[in-house]
Write a protein that binds this ligand. Structure first.
Ligand code: FRU
Length: 539
């Protein structure tokens, strides 16, 4: 048998074994998700075409994303037996292009030490951990145990860090017998380890959320860890936004576009405290010397003057972190986030499953007028799914004008690029609508100079007060005369990349019937230079 064939056979056998194990597991427990009459409608109307959702059950943060041997792996906070947050497992999905995901058997189950909270995974190529046997490269997951009993007893040492290893490329896992590898030092929220290999200092570096700061640790073998430093909560000054608890950090170097210089990026999710309410992810730019993260001076000044360093200004992108073990052709980093918000995630109107991930995005570092900032774009791979194309050019907009209708372009799974000029003093509003008078509005407000998304009339909104009470806004950063935008639509979500991705807004919505029309209006008149819409054919 050819090597590749035998490998396929092993995978099939493993999948069958796991499918059975999974089945047995599911039968053991009474599923808490009832079959509802709405299930079919829900699938047709709300299940995204290509954004990852679990088949059944609750999902939050992406965890342990890595690339190895042609496959991207996504693990995620998962409660398979209920559609609200519950005892956390790590669900698992794989993809060969970061777009089309296939759900795999559950990777990590909760045990007597606790629920399996968020964390990361690394490919231990050099077998520094010693878990690799017979020349197999071990994949190591580093996660948080959250102990419910201790939580109930109101103890501080609820959370600790633990590891597990896989010798079959991330499919099955063995928890380390000496867990935890980092005990709780008396900090209540002490979680979400993100580990990466630091090539310069030849050691593993972990960034960990610790209530309202992050802590850095290092290790040679992923088993014993040494505390290096912390960031974010010096007694003299708190750094960044502290509206709520700090969670899901990430630390990585990124080359600056068009130069040989590299800076370090620190992601910190915060809940609540987001720019438009609830949960969101802020970032810091600076240097990491193997021990300490120091913010860049200019960046720090900008941050203190006006904190607008968010990876996304929409309400629905949280807890995103980067994939490990990939280097992109264009020097960027890849990441995904959870497309929801703790303000209402448990109440969104789907019963079978809850939540989707964002599209995978590439992160770039831009240096503009001596200051650093990040810019984002959907991964290139999305372009290979482009189908039917519609193009409009040089349209003067005064009256509202219909640009696209579902009769000729399926808006529910499409990618739309546009370029608009003369808009700064005029503003514009795109409107997605259906014949139930549901609409989703987004555009630019010339008076307050902000981009906005208004989902107040987008269909089902009454499941939470916080879902649509306020219009989400984002100050424009670029001062280019022309505005470019990329819109990604997938039934119940919109991801907008304004100004080449320097401002991103992601939001979810639940129309009563699919949106069928896209129109554009501007009170005072502007020019739509181009609009190119492509259906995305991803099944
Ligand atoms: C972020 C978070 C993490 C935690 C996980 C629990 O959304 O609160 O800090 O590990 O979710 O599911």
């Amino acid at each position: 048998m050819k090597k590749s064939n035998s490998k396929i056979l092993v995978i099939i056998i493993l999948c069958t074994v796991f499918a059975c194990k999974e089945q047995a597991n599911k039968q053991d427990k009474e599923p808490k998700i009832s079959n509802t009459q709405n299930q079919e409608t829900e699938e047709v109307l709300y299940r995204p075409n290509y954004h990852f959702t679990p088949d059944v059950g609750w999902m939050n943060d992406p965890n342990g994303m890595f690339y190895y041997n042609g496959y991207y792996h996504l693990y995620y906070q998962h409660y398979p037996d209920g559609n609200k947050w519950g005892p956390m497992h790590w669900g698992h999905a794989t993809s060969n292009d970061m777009i089309k995901w296939k759900e795999q058997p559950i990777a990590l189950f909760p045990d007597e030490k606790g629920y399996i909270f968020s964390g990361s995974a690394v490919v231990d190529i050099e077998n520094t951990s010693g878990f690799g046997t017979d020349g197999k490269v071990p994949i190591i997951a580093i996660f948080t145990y959250h102990n419910k009993e201790r939580e109930k007893a109101k103890r501080l040492d609820v959370e600790s860090q633990a590891i597990a290893y896989s010798l079959d490329e991330g499919l099955t896992w063995t928890k380390y017998s000496n867990n935890p590898v980092i005990k709780n030092p008396g900090i209540k929220d002490f979680r979400d380890p993100k580990v990466s290999w630091n090539a310069e200092y030849k050691k593993w570096v972990m960034v960990l959320a610790a209530h309202d700061k992050v802590m850095f640790y290092s290790s040679k073998d992923l088993k014993s860890w040494e505390l290096l430093s912390d960031f974010g909560d010096d007694l003299s000054k708190k750094v960044g936004t502290h509206g709520g608890v700090w969670e899901c950090p990430d630390l990585f170097p990124l080359p600056i576009e068009g130069s040989n210089e590299t800076k370090w990026v620190l992601y910190v999710s915060v809940n609540p405290g987001g720019p438009n309410g609830g949960s969101a992810t802020q970032y810091f730019i600076g240097d990491f010397d193997g021990t300490t993260f120091t913010m860049d001076k200019e960046f720090e000044e900008n941050l203190n003057n006006n904190h607008n360093f968010w990876i996304d200004f929409g309400k629905d992108n949280y807890a995103g972190v980067t994939f490990s073990n990939i280097s992109s052709k264009t020097n960027g980093k890849f990441y995904m986030g959870w497309m929801s918000n703790w303000e209402y995630a448990n109440d969104v109107p789907t019963e079978t499953w809850r939540s989707a991930m964002t599209l995978a995005r590439e992160i770039k570092m831009i240096k503009d007028n001596n200051s650093y900032r990040l810019s984002f774009k959907p991964v290139e791979e999305i372009n290979s799914y482009k189908g039917k194309k519609f193009k409009k050019e040089d349209i003067k907009i005064k009256e509202p004008i219909i640009l696209l209708q579902s009769a000729n372009a399926s808006l529910s799974h499409s990618i739309i690029d546009f370029e608009i000029s003369n808009f700064e003093n005029q503003g514009f509003t795109f409107k997605l609508s259906n014949d139930k008078e549901n609409n989703l509005l987004f555009g630019y407000n010339e008076n307050s100079k902000v981009f906005f998304i208004d989902r107040s009339k987008s269909g089902k909104t009454d499941f939470s007060e916080k879902f649509s009470k306020k219009i989400s806004v984002a100050k424009r950063i670029s001062n280019n005369k022309k505005l470019t935008g990329k819109i990604i639509l997938d039934k119940t979500s919109i991801e907008i990349f304004f100004d080449g991705g320097s401002t991103v807004m992601t939001e979810i919505f639940f129309p009563e019937t699919p949106f069928e029309k896209l129109s554009l209006e501007s009170n005072k008149g502007l020019t739509l230079e181009t609009l190119i819409a492509n259906e995305l054919n991803i099944n």
